[in-house]
Design a protein around this ligand. Structure first.
Ligand code: GLY
Length: 366
């Protein structure tokens, strides 16, 4: 039984990899594999830094997502014969003003209430860990469980690994699922999955920069006079500075966003002004109404509306359709867990308990 995966971003590719590992023949459809939001992403694996107030089920999902990364990175590196840039050196929260510090302390209390690792640090302790920080920082915290990976390496490795596993890649856009012949289909087309499956998935624009230079030790999540910016330094000298979050669907890079990101980044780490500016990009995160992913099977009734959207094409012996999208700010972090969950569902097994609240049925009566 061949499985079609529609979308070759990190979610679709990781799913194709997991299905191929379990012995399924797989065909991946994408007009430009590995060229979407996944290759713009910074690659923070941040279950704690991204733990939002009132999002406890999502936080449990993020924590489990992070737990799967070390084994996934090892498996993928071995299958592809390349390193994927997984670094487990933790992250720092850094506050610029007294108000920023109050926000960070409130976050730390929230982390503590959920049993998540977060260690408050005074200004001097921060500078000891990260000597390039500007002298005026008020304090912050160490998040010892928040790590990083290089999404571009991950995507390249996944493409190599699925090719080695015999997965067929068809370079075409899917505008209507009824044009896909395989009897089992996984829709993992990021924000474009919304219109394809009749699900409320929207694009959320993120602009970010890539600099080049050395010296930063940790991922830094900065709180800079009410603005937020993150810095993700890699072993090869790349430093990602991100990101805007805009309710828009275009990928134009704007001068204003570049200025805002650079101003906040240089306020945190003045030396960044000397780094080479290599790239400015915008990507579109797939967001849902509750900003949590949607992973599960589209029920036959729901699927008929979606599949019929381009002209009532519900067929006899309709395919089973699974969705894996809406990962919003967490696509890279959740890729291994999502891939396992989808492979479980396709095989008729129960996915991990933490995934269950995130099925498409939560909008059926909306
Ligand atoms: N994962 C961080 C972002 O979406 O900007």
């Amino acid at each position: 039984m061949t499985v079609a995966v529609v979308g070759a971003g990190v979610i679709g590719l990781a799913t194709a990899f997991a299905l191929a590992e379990r012995g399924y023949p797989v065909t991946v459809y994408d007009p430009a594999p590995g060229s979407g939001a996944s290759t713009v992403a910074a690659g923070m694996l941040a279950p704690v830094g991204e733990a939002g107030f009132g999002e406890d089920a999502l936080t449990r999902l993020l924590v489990e997502g992070a737990r799967r990364w070390p084994a996934f990175a090892a498996r993928l590196s071995a299958a592809a014969g390349m390193d994927v840039g997984y670094r487990d050196s933790g992250s720092l929260l850094v506050a610029r003003t007294a108000d920023d510090l109050a926000e960070v302390r409130r976050l730390c209390a929230h982390h503590e209430s959920l049993g998540l690792a977060s260690v408050p640090l005074r200004a001097g302790e921060l500078r000891e860990r990260e000597p390039l920080l500007a002298p005026g920082m008020r304090g912050g915290a160490l998040l010892p469980e928040d790590h990083q990976v290089d999404p571009r390496r991950v995507v390249a490795a996944l493409l190599a690994a699925i090719q080695a596993a015999g997965v067929r890649v068809v370079r075409r856009a899917v505008a209507d699922l009824s044009t896909v012949e395989e009897p089992v289909q996984v829709l993992a087309a990021g924000w474009r999955s919304g219109p394809l499956a009749g699900l409320p998935v929207r694009p959320v624009k993120g602009q970010l920069l890539r600099l080049r230079g050395t010296g930063l030790r940790h991922v830094i999540r900065g709180y800079v006079d009410g603005r937020r910016v993150y810095l993700v330094p890699r072993a090869d000298g790349e430093v990602v500075v991100g990101a805007t979050s805009e309710e828009r669907g275009d990928t134009t890079v704007t001068a204003g966003a570049v200025r805002e990101l650079l101003c906040a980044a240089v306020e945190l780490v003045p030396e960044l002004a000397e780094y080479e500016l290599v790239e400015a990009r915008a990507g579109l995160r797939p967001g849902t109404p509750d900003n949590a992913p949607v992973i599960g099977e589209v029920a036959a009734g729901a699927a008929s509306g979606a599949l019929g959207s381009a002209g009532n094409r519900l067929r006899l012996g309709s395919p089973r359709v699974f969705v894996a999208t809406g990962h919003y700010r967490h696509g890279v972090l959740l890729a291994p867990l999502t891939a396992d969950a989808v492979a479980d569902l396709v095989s008729g097994r129960d996915p991990a308990q933490v995934v269950k609240p995130f099925g498409p049925e939560r909008w059926r009566d909306a």
